[in-house]
Design a protein around this ligand. Structure first.
Ligand SMILES: [Ca+2]
Length: 464
């Protein structure tokens, strides 16, 4: 009898330790990244022309962040900051892993590509990716899409805490051939693969995301889904170079234009709409699995849009430190935790996402590592006003700082001191009227820069 009781007790204890019995399973985390999507290129951010019904639904079911920044105006450093929770200048990936020869029309030979900086450099292996922290917490993690943090096997997602990888590791490809200036670039696991050549990337990333989610049942999942849409295609063909590629089905949703630029914009919009549809399909699948209530969904663009995009009302775009290059659309949904249908204009950045995901998973940040952000969930819940007070940017000699509502930019594309509260368009340079403010921002920038320079040497750009 006693033995039977013990056995029964043991069984009960086991049950208690199992998700679904008296305790909530750890939340799934779905982190969706679009590439070079403009601040205004979603219906929920005021665009009347572009079709994004599923992202608009996500906004209606979650919170829309209108004052949210990434750590860089370019892809690679923005992603290094996001996935390590640290300023790119601290983690050492503050440049693109790129050999500029292709910009002058040169197509790499296979050998040249194999030894190019783009191919052989990657984010410092000492950095701890969000996937590595979540893995320790029992998560199964998948990375689908653009990685951009190193192409050699040692730098790929499966060596950085992810259990699955399907995507490309360089900074941009052709949407159909999956080649970068002629070099095959799609990777399945740790191997280059041409098995899916010819299929539009968004379709492939949707397929792979669904496969990962379907296979995760019983375990909390973390999926990073990084579309290449609507980034321009990396193809030397002058008809394709600098354009966004789209499929007929989605092109047909937009009226034809009689100008070349109009047609390019039409394709940009079609690519955004197809990405939106894929996001909708994936969110629907999560709902069918009964996991909607238990899934934290985050959506953001990795940096501002280029010339085909609409960053209005912000000034500038990609590769600039005016707001259009670094303030991006961000949506967060977590049913039961975040009140749906809100707009939150707190000053926040992508550096907050790492601590937020770790806290959502009920885990602690690794000790002895300096993180540059904080868990922003209490801000999204409206429980605290403790938003960010300062943020700094640097890229190729351009510099910028935001302290409170004040923004300072010094760059090849223009300079100025702006009061974002009154002048979100950064039209009114107050440098002469507010010298003490200018002095405060430049002094704080110098202090930040000194801290970054004194941070532990990290490769590849800093550690040489
Ligand atoms: Ca980008």
């Amino acid at each position: 009898m006693i033995m039977r009781l013990k056995s029964l007790l043991f069984s009960l204890l086991c049950l208690v330790g199992t998700p679904g019995f008296g305790q909530q399973q750890k939340p799934n985390v779905l982190l969706i990244i679009s590439d070079d999507q403009g601040y205004h290129d979603l219906g929920s951010f005021g665009n009347k022309d572009i079709l994004t019904p599923y992202l608009d639904q996500l906004a209606a079911e979650g919170v829309r962040l209108t004052n949210f920044y990434v750590t860089s105006s370019a892809c690679t450093p923005s992603r290094s900051g996001l996935l390590t929770g640290r300023y790119p200048q601290r983690n050492g990936t503050f440049e693109l892993f790129r050999n500029n020869m292709v910009n002058y029309g040169h197509r790499y030979t296979d050998y040249e590509y194999s030894v190019s900086p783009e191919r052989i450099l990657g984010t410092d292996l000492r950095e701890i990716f969000i996937s590595e922290v979540l893995k320790k917490g029992g998560y199964t993690s998948g990375y689908v899409g653009k990685w951009d943090l190193g192409q050699l096997k040692r730098y790929l997602p499966m060596q950085q805490g992810y259990d699955k990888y399907y995507g490309f590791a360089n900074t941009g490809i052709d949407y159909f051939t999956h080649e970068r200036y002629g070099s095959p670039s799609m990777i399945d696991g740790n191997q280059l693969s041409i098995a899916d050549k010819g299929t539009y990337t968004t379709d492939l990333f949707e397929r792979e995301a669904l496969e990962f989610i379907n296979g995760s049942e019983g375990k909390p999942f973390f999926l990073t889904l990084a579309f290449n849409a609507p980034h321009s295609a990396s193809n030397l063909d002058p008809e394709i170079k600098g354009t966004v590629q789209a499929t007929e089905k989605y092109l047909k949703m937009y009226p034809e234009s009689n100008t070349k630029r109009g047609e390019k914009q039409r394709a940009y919009k079609a690519a955004v709409t197809q990405m939106d549809q894929s996001i909708g399909t994936i969110l629907e699948r999560i709902k069918e699995m009964g996991q909607e209530e238990n899934t934290l969904v985050i959506f953001l663009s990795d940096n501002g849009g280029m010339s085909l995009a609409d960053n209005s009302p912000l000034r500038g775009g990609k590769a600039q430190f005016f707001e259009g290059g670094i303030r991006v659309p961000c949506l967060v949904k977590w049913p039961g935790k975040i009140v749906p249908g809100q707009t939150n204009d707190a000053f926040l950045t992508s550096l907050e996402l790492f601590p937020m995901m770790v806290a959502a998973a009920g885990l602690e940040l690794p000790e002895a590592i300096i993180y540059d952000g904080f868990d922003m969930l209490p801000v999204l819940k409206g429980k605290t006003d403790a938003e960010r007070t300062e943020m700094f940017w640097e890229f190729r000699g351009d510099q910028a700082a935001r302290i409170g509502d004040w923004k300072w930019v010094q760059s090849a594309k223009g300079n100025g001191l702006f009061d974002l509260k009154l002048d979100i368009e950064e039209q009114n340079d107050l440098s002469l009227e507010k010298p003490e403010k200018l002095e405060e921002l430049t002094r704080k920038f110098s202090k930040w820069k000194e801290e970054m320079e004194n941070a532990a040497p990290r490769g590849p750009f800093k550690d040489f």
